[in-house]
Design a protein around this ligand. Structure first.
Ligand code: RIB
Length: 295
């Protein structure tokens, strides 16, 4: 069984489905409200577990009602929570999400996620040493992201760095990651480049191999030479929240099958994930991904 360690955020998502996004100072009537588990780290852990991997999550929750619900939801997915810290003096992370026409707007309040430290990552060293891949995103402190890529590199375990939400990072960190997985906007911010630049040129500038997500258009990937394209799968979109997390998780789970196959399966998994409201609701099982690929 593929072993994945995820270092990342855990949020309660407060999701409002609305006919459109609001402007400043405006009030409109929404259609539906849901309180559902999310956070990029937790989402990636859940997606990897549903795809059949043995998953451990390094992260933090508050000692509050949301924290209890989030812990329960992760336990149901059979995720190893030995390195999940419950903090007495912090609230759990939250994300206020508006979904309109399949697009989303998100405001994250990290709260407990800001207390995931390099020491937590070091503490999980023996687990990371046995992993086939490590996933890390950027809703936790950047020093913890750095500690994760450095530890993975030192142990010879591939780290997939999902640079979301985007911030510029030192080139040295990027070189330590096995793959960096931005969308076009995130890649431009990451490199301090012009967002209007052609994404294939940006990929050539990146100091590490890049797997670039393009939503419904699929993904591009480049280790050396010219970027290659994997087309997206045609599906009806209810809510794209968590599609990137599902993509990253599948990439990690299937990486041992080679990059081209992993990207194809990641595109299929991400496509299946957008059919339901809520980040984790549509995340597919392995057999659902195989069914889509066989169609
Ligand atoms: O990637 C989607 C996630 O981003 C949501 O679940 C939300 O919690 C934010 O972290």
């Amino acid at each position: 069984m593929t072993r994945i360690v995820v270092v990342g955020s855990i949020n309660m998502d407060l999701v409002t489905q609305a006919p459109r996004f609001v402007g400043p100072g405006e009030t409109i009537l929404g259609e539906r409200f849901l309180t559902v588990p999310g956070g990029k780290g937790a989402n990636q852990a859940v997606a990897a577990a549903r795809l059949g991997a043995e998953v451990a999550l390094v992260g933090a929750i508050g000692d509050d009602g949301f924290g209890q619900q989030l812990h329960g939801g992760l336990a149901v997915e059979n995720i190893n929570l030995d390195h999940l810290v419950r903090l007495n003096d912090s609230a759990s992370g939250t994300a206020s999400i508006t979904v309109a026409d399949g697009e989303n707007q998100i405001i994250v309040v990290p709260a407990a996620n800001d207390c995931v430290t390099p020491a937590h990552v070091e503490h999980a060293q023996s687990l990371i040493a046995r992993a086939d891949a490590v996933l890390v995103q950027m809703e936790i402190p950047l020093e913890t992201v750095e500690a994760t890529v450095r530890l993975g590199h030192r142990l010879g375990v591939p780290v997939i760095l999902n640079p979301a939400p985007a911030r510029a990072l030192p080139a040295e960190w990027l070189k330590l990651a096995r793959y960096v997985t931005p969308n076009q906007h995130e890649l431009a911010i990451l490199l301090g480049a012009d967002p209007a630049e052609d994404f294939r040129n940006l990929m050539r500038l990146a100091p590490a191999p890049v797997v670039l997500t393009r939503g419904a258009e699929g993904a591009w990937y480049r280790e050396q030479g010219e970027p290659a394209h994997q087309a997206g799968f045609n599906v009806d979109v209810v809510d794209s929240t968590g599609a990137g997390d599902t993509f990253n998780a599948a990439l990690a789970v299937f990486l041992h099958e080679g990059l081209a196959t992993a990207v194809r399966k990641a595109c299929a998994a991400a496509a299946l994930s957008v059919g339901k409201l809520g980040a984790q609701a549509g995340m597919p099982t392995l057999s659902e991904v195989e069914d889509l690929l066989a169609r």
